[in-house]
Design a protein around this ligand. Structure first.
Ligand code: CA
Length: 222
């Protein structure tokens, strides 16, 4: 697991990195918001920890940029600001959790572990990737602003692929996450649904759902 820490207080950044590395994580550090946002959008991080008050770009806008780029990794916000409205704002723009400074190292690690166990975007209703958008609360899907009508199964399939955008998702993983235990694993139900989903999603615009022969499927801009 690779983590990014965006924190301008060098001592705190080093301390965080040290304790996270001790816990087995690979850690990169950015000491200002612009650099942090850039790193988060150009590398594959499993989780981002960002301070709120940062030079060049504050934590609020860092998160906005990361989410606007379609990146779904969990984000933990650190801040000395701790009023209820601050917390709500931060969670509303796509942070997954919020930790007020000062905090205990153990609590930070516990929250990081909890966030990594969670499927991405559990607190955000809209998942974006490229020009594709899926809204969990309203069950709406659109591509390039054009609404697409999906069946419940196609919707769940697309949601799982979006949650794992850029990664190969095996047929088994799709069966496990999208179908219930009664499904016959030897039937061609996954293939059939992928085919239908692809016809709806990829019939206009750049191909997003790819078949990775022998390994599964991938939602990506290749
Ligand atoms: Ca700061």
């Amino acid at each position: 697991m690779r983590l990014l820490v965006i924190e301008d207080e060098q001592d705190l950044a080093n301390l965080l990195a040290l304790s996270l590395r001790k816990a087995g994580f690979a850690v990169d550090i950015a000491t200002d918001g612009e650099k942090g946002s850039f790193l988060a959008r150009t590398n594959e991080y499993d989780l981002v920890i960002t301070d709120y008050i940062l030079p060049s770009l504050d934590g609020y806008n860092v998160i906005k940029e990361i989410r606007a780029d379609g990146r779904n990794m969990p984000i933990l916000m650190l801040s000395v600001r701790q009023s209820a409205s601050d917390k709500i704002n931060v969670l509303d723009i796509g942070a997954d959790d919020y930790l007020a400074k000062p905090f205990a190292g153990d609590e930070l690690l516990a929250r990081v572990r909890a966030l990594l166990r969670r499927p991405p975007h559990i607190k955000t209703d809209i998942i974006n990737f490229h020009d594709l958008s899926l809204d969990i609360s309203t069950f709406k899907v659109s591509r390039g602003g054009r609404n697409i009508i999906l069946t419940n199964k196609e919707f769940a399939l697309l949601q799982h692929l979006l949650n794992n955008a850029g990664k190969i998702v095996s047929r088994e993983s799709l069966l496990e996450h999208v179908w219930d235990g009664d499904t016959d694993a030897f039937s061609n139900t996954v293939e059939t649904h992928i085919l239908r989903l692809r016809r709806k999603i990829d019939n206009k615009g750049k191909k997003l759902i790819h078949n990775i022969v022998g390994r599964g499927y991938k939602l990506d801009l290749i």
